[in-house]
Design a protein around this ligand. Structure first.
Ligand code: NDP
Length: 300
């Protein structure tokens, strides 16, 4: 605990443990998968990777291992960097028609020769485990039922875990990507937060962050967010995954920001494990929808 805490009488800050929460989500899914398998039904996820990007290989490996842990059927399709867009679209078409597959994920980024938007748009929206199909993005925007992108969904679960009531809170989202910044801003808005979205052209980022009760950093810039930007007592969600020259994983938030916060997610062990857990969660939801099985297996 720092002087700041002593001066304003706040309880000591705490880490929001994404690893532990993700383990609980997986354990609950494992129980539901077991129930389904007793009826001869198994959720299936296909993960498609193109090329040799080491980070993508590592993310896909974590996703496939998580599938095995909860008892999903998983199919890992690893294609060479020379794969053409037409070949990839053929693979997706086959997965769309495969009854054993309920969720499809195409690991991004794709090689530059492949049109990412065309590929994401080719996934059956009913098997869209990442929630990146334009139809599902539109449904999310309209507040309709849709698979929610995994990282934003995990962030909301972490905020719930930390007991944060978002209603009326000022939230700053730093980063406006289609996979994190924009969808998390929509979800926060749906929870009645007042959301500011910042990006590389934001005029005075420190000042925007200083106003915020909740800070979501999804930039990809090591230690961009500094301690003197943090409103005392703020909640900090650090989405960033950056590898230093020494090979260490660090977030977008300088670790000493923790001392000024009420709670903060660590890197690693915060948002990352929840992204994988939410992929499983989405796949199970798609499985239930596909079978119209929800009323018997899923407890709301
Ligand atoms: P993108 O590169 O797609 O987007 C980065 C965003 O940050 C852009 O909107 C960009 O602005 C903004 N930005 C860049 N530099 C600055 C700056 N100096 N000040 C303010 N804003 C800036 O990244 P992603 O959204 O895909 O990922 C962000 C980070 O989150 C990465 O570290 C990534 O590895 C990590 N990540 C972690 C996940 C997890 O599971 N933990 C999952 C997904 C991502 P502009 O739009 O103007 O260019």
């Amino acid at each position: 605990m720092t002087d700041t805490n002593l001066l304003d009488n706040r309880p000591p800050p705490r880490w929001i443990d994404g690893q532990a929460l993700a383990a609980r989500v997986r354990a609950e899914l494992k129980r539901k998968v077991q129930e389904a398998s007793e009826r001869g039904l198994t959720p299936g996820l296909a993960v498609v990777r193109v090329g040799e990007d080491p980070a993508s290989k590592s993310y896909v490996g974590a996703k496939v291992r998580a599938c095995a842990e909860v008892g999903f059927h998983s199919r890992h399709i690893s294609l060479p960097a020379t794969t053409t867009e037409a070949e990839l679209l053929d693979r997706i078409d086959a997965l769309n028609r495969d009854p054993a597959i309920h969720g499809i994920l195409v690991q991004l980024p794709l090689p530059p020769s492949i049109d990412e938007a065309r590929v994401l748009g080719a996934i059956d929206p009913a098997k869209d485990a990442d929630g990146f199909h334009p139809l599902n993005v539109g449904r999310l925007l309209l507040g309709l039922d849709a698979p929610v992108p995994c990282t934003p969904k995990g962030i909301l679960r972490l905020l719930d875990e930390a007991g944060v009531d978002l209603r009326g809170k000022r939230v700053v989202v730093i980063g406006r990507s289609n996979i994190v910044g924009k969808p998390v801003a929509l979800l926060l808005l749906a929870r009645d937060a007042s959301v500011a979205i910042c990006h590389s052209k934001t005029a005075d980022l420190p000042e925007e962050v200083r106003r915020a009760d909740v800070i979501i950093a999804a930039v990809g810039c090591p230690a961009l967010i500094k301690p003197d930007w943090i409103k005392p007592g703020a909640i900090i969600i650090d989405v960033g995954i950056n590898r230093t020259a020494a090979g260490k994983l660090v977030g977008d938030v300088e670790p000493t920001c923790f001392d000024r916060a009420t709670a903060m997610t660590p890197v690693p062990g915060g948002v990352g494990p929840m992204t994988v857990a939410m992929l499983l969660d989405n796949t199970f939801e798609l499985f239930c929808r596909g079978l119209d099985y929800r009323s018997t297996v899923v407890e709301e």
